[in-house]
Design a protein around this ligand. Structure first.
Ligand code: MOS
Length: 739
């Protein structure tokens, strides 16, 4: 093995510099192909038929009238779709709705697929889907929102004697917090364009994980995974709703296989509310006990969440409760209640986001009870180590987040009495909440190639959810090879590439670092070996006397400028490219970690309340994020701003309502499912502390996809309390709550 080449002598520092999205021009010019943009000759259109009951069985499906309609090619039901297989519980890939579509005649939620119409046009298929006649035997169903756990709660973590310590505490808080079902509302709808050539499938998909999607679809279709290729060039985001496959993709693939023509299926917005996942309802009881000086002596967090029949999804609300604050006595337990709703799934910051709404609300309530400043209360209970695991934190700067945020926000001017601050005729409320999100790596493989056209290609079977993976991959490769970002070609979004990380859990960037570094170094080694063998300029120079700097192979005893550019080296060797490969293990499933790796942050919010006209506005926010080294401050700030916007929606607007007569999600469109828009968002200040966390990778990069949402809703409801004296414990805040 030759010595480590001098790769890491970056004079350009691409990492850490504000860099505009490399895919921006393709997106704004319409050249970027999203899944529904793929068109093929002879393409057919599929539209699912959805159950109109929430529980029961199908008595009969009559497709005759629909089949006679113009353009209809085929109507599939349970009898004609062919065989689907289940995914094994371990090893087959991840899917939340494990029951293959049409597997039985039982209806478990409103909108469950019961038939599939394939026609020449989308309009014909839609019209025919409405003519399919279904009769049902209905059964009772439950979409109620009060959750009674169906089994003894499972203890997630426990230490000391939390019950006795709570009972004996001088100051106590004991409240229940509810968060409603929320539905991922990506602008890009879920879409599948399935093609089959007689043996191999190519599936153009909207997925945050092309490799997992390939594995799952191969299992369910009953073919080797080598026979399935999944392509996702661009995503109009996903928020977790596109992490794992949903049944419509399998239906499209099965239709393409049987009809031997490409089949396109684009879900309607209504369908996404019914059968493409949601964040479940949560009901969380938090008990805090403290001394009169504000030292926590007991923390109990007991939560329940709603779950669909045949789902094993768990909303891990207590994820951060065990390590967020120092306390000798603590317990966290979980339970669920089954509801006749579609299968829930991860939604941005699953578990921790609703969990921190409850915990950070309770901490604020404790501060009020103690007559103590809520920033000071948090600082007083800062732990020295992760007390849930008795291991150190890799890098925790929550105190600095709180201090910096308070300073930037002007927190010292806050007067604690409810309704005591006024400006321009409005009552001001100032609230704060802390936040955290896990930092981990997923397995990653990367290929890096020096090309004879002077470009460097970096390729991995990951994907860009829209947040900037194309750009940060280009930055990393540019940094490691000492090239301009413009010389880097990023190829992702294809399951035939070396398997890359999922775009989930805020893990993609951190996961890619070690693999990109390893691949780039190997490519440089291979380039140097090539130079020595094939380029007369370096004849007889030992490999260890050669180095690579800013695109040139050079002799270490000569300035880099006198070396040869890599494209010249490749030309001399008559090579199109040399490649290096990198591979890194994941840390996500590592239960024996010796350090606790998480991101941290603090949000400060000002609300304005005008009781005369029942108007509540968010005036401004300050967010301080301890998210490791920031690869691209520009796209990173976008992430936090987007997350704070989503947090405003979580606090004030988002809630999926189910009709208690039919079990149907009734606000299943973007007019009635209210989200925060630009008009709802105030000036947002975002500050990154930028401490590299080198336990996770050599660049010290963590991830910032989810941390920005955690805590926002609590900061807002805490501010609402400060303005109005009303403590909202059931999200979202409704104006009538405040009157
Ligand atoms: Mo995120 S919920 O891990 O896409």
């Amino acid at each position: 093995m030759s010595p480590e080449p001098a790769a890491a002598s970056p004079s350009r520092t691409a990492v850490g510099r504000e860099t505009v999205r490399v895919d921006g021009p393709l997106k704004v010019s319409g050249a970027a192909r999203y899944t529904a943009d793929f068109h093929f000759p002879d393409m057919l259109y599929a539209v699912p038929v959805c159950a109109t009951i929430a529980s029961g069985t199908i008595a009969a499906i009559d497709t005759k009238a629909a089949e006679a309609m113009p353009g209809v090619r085929k109507i599939y039901t349970r009898d004609t779709i062919g065989k689907f297989y289940r995914v094994p519980a371990s090893g087959g890939g991840i899917i939340d709705e494990r029951r293959p579509p049409f597997e039985d005649d039982t209806i478990r939620y409103y909108g469950q697929y019961i038939a599939l119409v394939v026609a020449d046009t989308f309009e014909q298929a839609t019209a025919a889907a409405h003519r399919v006649e279904t009769s049902y035997r209905t059964a009772t169903f439950d979409v109620s929102t009060a959750l009674s756990p169906e089994e003894t709660p499972r203890v997630k973590t426990r230490r000391g004697d939390p019950d006795a310590a709570f009972d004996a505490a001088a100051v106590k808080i004991d409240h229940v917090y509810n968060t409603p079902i929320e539905t991922h509302s990506s602008i890009e709808l879920h879409a599948s364009v399935a093609t089959f050539d007689g043996s191999h499938f190519t599936l153009y998909e909207t997925t945050q994980a092309v490799g997992n999607f390939r594995n799952v679809l191969a299992q369910m279709l009953g073919v080797p995974k080598e026979n399935v290729r999944v392509v996702t060039e661009y995503l109009g985001t996903g928020f977790g709703g596109k992490l794992w496959p949903w049944p419509q993709s399998l239906l499209a693939a099965a239709a393409a296989r049987e009809l031997r023509q490409p089949v396109k299926l684009v879900m309607t917005r209504q369908m996404t509310f019914e059968s493409a996942g949601h964040r479940p309802h949560t009901q969380q009881r938090v008990r805090l006990g403290a001394t009169t000086e504000g030292k926590l002596v007991s923390l109990r967090h007991d939560y329940a969440y709603s779950r669909a029949p045949m789902s094993s999804y768990a909303e891990n609300c207590g994820e951060s409760s065990g390590f967020m604050y120092s306390t000798p006595n603590l317990s966290v337990s979980e339970a669920f209640a089954t509801r006749n709703v579609g299968v829930p799934t991860s939604m941005r910051g699953p578990g921790a986001v609703p969990g921190l709404y409850a915990l950070e609300s309770a901490v604020d309530e404790l501060a009020v009870a103690l007559k103590m400043d809520p920033v000071a209360l948090r600082l007083r209970n800062e732990p020295a180590i992760d007390e849930s695991k008795n291991i150190p934190f890799s890098s925790r700067h929550l105190k600095e987040c709180l201090a910096t945020g308070a300073e930037t926000f002007g927190w010292s001017r806050r007067t604690p009495a409810v309704g005591s601050m006024r400006e321009n005729g409005a009552v001001l409320g100032w609230g704060v909440a802390a936040c955290t999100w896990m930092a981990a790596r997923w397995e990653a493989q990367v290929s890096v190639m020096f090309n004879d056209d002077g470009t460097l290609r970096v390729a991995s079977g990951t994907q860009d959810i829209g947040t900037g993976t194309y750009t940060v991959l280009a930055q990393m490769a540019a940094e490691l090879a000492g090239l301009d970002v413009g010389k880097i070609k990023v190829v992702i979004g294809d399951s035939s590439l070396p398997p890359g990380p999922i775009s989930g859990g805020s893990m993609a960037t951190a996961s890619l670092v070690p693999a990109v570094a390893q691949a780039t170094r190997e490519a440089i080694r291979n380039l140097i070996a090539t130079a020595r063998e094939s380029d007369s300029h370096f004849a007889n120079v030992p490999v260890d006397r050669l180095a690579f700097h800013e695109g040139r192979v050079h002799r270490k005893d000569q300035p880099p400028g006198e070396g040869r550019r890599f494209e010249e080296v490749l030309a001399s060797a008559r090579l199109g490219h040399v490649e290096g490969r990198g591979k890194s293990e994941g840390t996500f499933r590592n239960k024996n970690s010796t350090v606790s790796t998480h991101s941290f942050g603090a949000h400060f919010v000002e609300v304005a309340w005008q009781p005369e006209i029942a108007r509540l506005r968010i005036n401004r926010t300050v967010s301080v994020i301890d998210g490791g080294r920031i690869v691209n401050p520009l796209t990173a700030r976008n992430q936090i701003e987007g997350a704070v916007t989503m947090g405003i929606g979580m606090a004030l607007f988002e809630e999926t309502h189910y009709d208690h007569r039919h079990g149907m999600p009734i606000n299943s469109n973007l007019a009635d499912y209210i989200m925060a828009t630009h008009a709802d968002t105030p000036p947002m200040e975002v500050i990154f502390l930028d401490y590299p966390d080198t336990h996770l990778n050599e660049m010290g990069v963590r991830g910032i996809g989810e941390i920005g949402l955690a805590g926002v809703a609590a900061a807002i409801t805490n501010a609402v309390y400060h303005a109005t004296g009303v403590r909202v414990r059931d999200l979202p805040v409704k104006i009538e709550d405040l009157l």
